[in-house]
Design a binder for this molecule. Structure first.
Ligand code: AMP
Ligand code: MG
Length: 397
C-alpha cells in the first residue's frame, strides 16, 4: 500500500524532460504551454496617450479659478500623430488612444468644456489627468508571460499586443489509450447480454485532451494474452504515454496484470485512497505507462491524481496540481481513516459561505455521480467521519 502523495512523487520523478518545443502561430497556441519567456520588445502603451476624448493642453494653461479660452489648432484622431508643439494658449482636439502631442500633458474630457468654433472654454483641472503613461501596462524588456504557462485567450491577446505572431510551445504529449476486457464493447455497436459499453475510453480521451495531450485511440483489447502483449508494445512505440483501463484489480481474472508483469518495469500499487485503489505505473519501453482501474469513477479519479500531473509535466507546465478550496459540508460524511477519500460533491454559495454536499451514492461504478457533481470533496488520510458543519477541502471539476 502506498499513499496518494508517494505515488504522485514517484511518477513525477520518472518524468525528467518535457516534450520538445515547436513554433506555432498564436492562432493555434490556445491551451498550449509556453516553452520560453515572452518579453516585451517595447513599452505598452508605446507612448503617453489620451485616456478620453477631449482636448490636450499644457498644464501651464490651466486656469486657477476662472474660465480660460484656448484656440483649437488641430484635430487628432486615434492613430494620428501631431507633428508640432502645443504652445501657450493652444489646445488640440484629441481622441482616446491618440499619442499626446508635444507640449501637452493634460487632457480635458469633452464633457467638461465648451467648444465654440475654433476655441474651447476650460475651467480649473488637476494637472496631468486623463493621460495614460507610456509603459504603464508593460515595460520594454520585462517578462510578460513566463515559460511553463498554459496559454489562455488573455495571454494570447497580450502576446499579440506586443506584435508577436508566433511562439515556442511544448509539443503535445502523445497518449495511446486502450480499454481492456472481454465484456467491453464499442458504443454504436450491438450489445449482447453481459456486455457493457466502453465508457472509460471516452471519459479518458476527454480528460487527456483537456490537459493538452493528443490521443492515439487504440480501441478495446480483449483479455487475450498475445493480443494484449502485442498491442501494448505497439502502443509504447507510438506514444509518450500509454494508458489502459481495467484488469488491474486484485483477485481479478486478470491477464492484463500478468502481461504487464512480463513486460517488466511496472509497479502494481494499492493506493491508500477511495475510489481507485489499484493502479499500475511504470514504463513499457520508451513510454510512461498507467494501468488505471476499470470502474469508471475510479479510472477518472486515478487519471486526475496520477496521470494529469504527469501529462502536465510532460507538456512543460510549471504548476502540476489543481487548486483546492475550503467549504463547509452540510451533511455528515462517512470516512475511514488511513486512506484518502474523494467524494463527488455539489458546491454552492449560500448564506455567505461555500457549502458542499455529496451527489448521493458514491460507488466507484456510478459515473452519473461525476455528472451530477461540480467538485471533488477531498478527505485526508488522517481524517475519520466528518460531521455536518465541518470544513472540508474541495477541488472544482
Ligand atoms: P476490471 O478491473 O477489469 O475487473 O474492471 C472493473 C469494473 O469496471 C468491471 O465491472 C468492468 O466491467 C468495468 N469496466 C472495465 N473497463 C471498462 C470500460 N472501459 N468502461 C466501462 N466500464 C469498464
Ligand atoms: Mg477487466
Amino acid at each position: 500500500m502506498i499513499s496518494v502523495q508517494d505515488g504522485q512523487e514517484r511518477i513525477l520523478a520518472e518524468i525528467t524532460a518535457p516534450v520538445p518545443l515547436e513554433i506555432v502561430p498564436i492562432v493555434h497556441a490556445l491551451g498550449r504551454v509556453l516553452g520560453e519567456d515572452v518579453r516585451a520588445p517595447f513599452d505598452v502603451p508605446p507612448a503617453d496617450n489620451s485616456a478620453v476624448d477631449g482636448y490636450a493642453v499644457s498644464s501651464a494653461d490651466i486656469p486657477p479659478k476662472i474660465l480660460a479660452t484656448l484656440a483649437v489648432i488641430a484635430d487628432l484622431p486615434a492613430g494620428a500623430v501631431f507633428d508640432g508643439t502645443v504652445s501657450a494658449g493652444n489646445a488640440i482636439r484629441i481622441m482616446t488612444g491618440a499619442p499626446m502631442p508635444r507640449g501637452a500633458d493634460t487632457v480635458y474630457p469633452q464633457e467638461i468644456v465648451e467648444r465654440e468654433g475654433d476655441v474651447v472654454r476650460i475651467g480649473p483641472l488637476e494637472k496631468g489627468v486623463n493621460v495614460r503613461a507610456r509603459g504603464e501596462d508593460v515595460q520594454a524588456g520585462t517578462v510578460v508571460i513566463e515559460s511553463g504557462t498554459c496559454l489562455r485567450p488573455q495571454e494570447i491577446g497580450l502576446i499579440a499586443s506586443l506584435g508577436i505572431w508566433q511562439v515556442a510551445v511544448h509539443g503535445r504529449p502523445r497518449v495511446a489509450l486502450l480499454s481492456t476486457g472481454d465484456e467491453v464493447v464499442e458504443p454504436g455497436t450491438p450489445r449482447a447480454p453481459g456486455q457493457i459499453y466502453d465508457a472509460n475510453r471516452f471519459a479518458l480521451r476527454g480528460s487527456i485532451e483537456q490537459c493538452g495531450g493528443e490521443v492515439i485511440d487504440l480501441g478495446i483489447i480483449p483479455d487475450l494474452r498475445d493480443e494484449l502483449r502485442a498491442r501494448l508494445s505497439e502502443a509504447s512505440r507510438m506514444a509518450d504515454v500509454v494508458i489502459t483501463s481495467g484488469g488491474v484489480s486484485v483477485g481479478d481474472y486478470d491477464l492484463v496484470k500478468e502481461v504487464l508483469g512480463e513486460l517488466g518495469g511496472i509497479d502494481f500499487w494499492q493506493v491508500k485512497m477511495q475510489p481507485g485503489r489499484p493502479l499500475a505505473a511504470g514504463r513499457i519501453g520508451p513510454a510512461q505507462f498507467f494501468g488505471l482501474p476499470g470502474n469508471p469513477v475510479a479510472s477518472m479519479l486515478a487519471f486526475l491524481l496520477f496521470v494529469r500531473p504527469a501529462l502536465w509535466k510532460l507538456a512543460g507546465r510549471r504548476r502540476l496540481h489543481a487548486e483546492t478550496f475550503e467549504a463547509t459540508t452540510v451533511e455528515p460524511l462517512r470516512k475511514k481513516s488511513g486512506r484518502r477519500e474523494y467524494k463527488r460533491g455539489i458546491l454552492a454559495y449560500r448564506d455567505g459561505r461555500w457549502e458542499v454536499r455529496t451527489t448521493g451514492p458514491q460507488g466507484s461504478g456510478i459515473l452519473s455521480s461525476m455528472v451530477a457533481g461540480n467538485c471533488l470533496i477531498v478527505l485526508d488520510e488522517a481524517r475519520g467521519d466528518v460531521a455536518a458543519g465541518e470544513a472540508v477541502m474541495v477541488e472544482p471539476l
